[in-house]
Design a protein around this ligand. Sequence first.
Ligand code: OSB
Ligand code: MG
Length: 374
Amino acid sequence: MMKIDHITLTHISMPLVSPFETSFGRTTDRECILITIQSEGLTGYGECVADRDPGYSYETTGTAWHILKDFIVPMILGQDVKDAADFQQRVAGIRGHHLAKAGVEMAFWDLLGKREGKSLRELFNGQREKVAVGVSVGLQESPEALVQAVEKYLANGYRRVKIKIKPGRDVGDASGVRKTFPEIKLQVDANSSYTLEAAQYLKLLDQLNLLLIEQPLFEDDIWEHHKLQQQLRTPLCLDESILSARHARYAIEMDACRIINIKAGRVGGLGEAIAIHDLCLERGLPVWCGGMLETGVGRASNLALASLPNFSLPADISASERYYAQDITNERFVLNADSTIDIPTGLGLGVTLDPAAVRKYSRAEISLMTHGQA
Ligand code: OSB
Ligand code: MG
């Protein structure tokens, strides 16, 4: 049991080294909420990956702050929480708000590891010590600028490239990259910007030898992804549409995709992410770990998750320097020569905070504690 003594919520805003543009908008400063839980002398950290705007998800830093402060924290403060599954049972009455729940669940895993003297990878029984990674490249000014951006990342050592697409910026962009770099592992992500009627453009992508096409259609539509998959040779991969292991099962049963992108935030926590991993392993679907431009805290969590055996395609977990000149963790993640990143080996998440950096990037902070505590 872990008695929850004290919870701190910190609203963070960190400047990206370069703007990140997708079909839903452009981010120059990444917001998130850092969750710090104190329990019986140990401190656990979690990152809620909701962003400032409701572009990728309906959740924002504002809605997550509200749900955390007014609902989730009151349900656990002063309570004895056994583990991540127990936490999920306590908040099961809150519909949706997966990003908010997952941030707190991450802090519980960090605490659990610290209490049991294990890294997250050991708690998950992860099989590998480093994770094959790629880079997710946002929409650029022009197809030529995109080729230049990709060239720079290849020079950095990334061996798998994902480019963002949207209607009008699809075949031209992707074929430009493919012509210049005929051999690279290449995939595209549409972030729900197409309709089935516009699928004629997606069919042209079938000629480009892509690893996958990620989330072309509506975020709540698994059925039409099925219809589209029947018209394509390239595997579809769902991101936004998969909010739980149930959704993953529906998508598999409908043949709506052949690959799944797993993000712990989107599915409500690491526990559910592992359940999706296990289901896909059983059904023969490869999975890979998606990213949400995390700070060092969420990046450590993603690396531990991607240690599981069925994470068989390169992850959207790039080196810290691809995102941030300065991070809130003392640890920075670096790219190895073989396009991998090492999984932290320290207890829990295996990261420590740089208090000066947290102060520098903090926009607001609240501290919630049980009665009788200073
Ligand atoms: O759709 O995978 C996505 C970033 C923010 C929100 C959604 C997505 C992304 C990325 C970046 O593609 C992945 C990363 O490098 O963290
Ligand atoms: Mg995506």
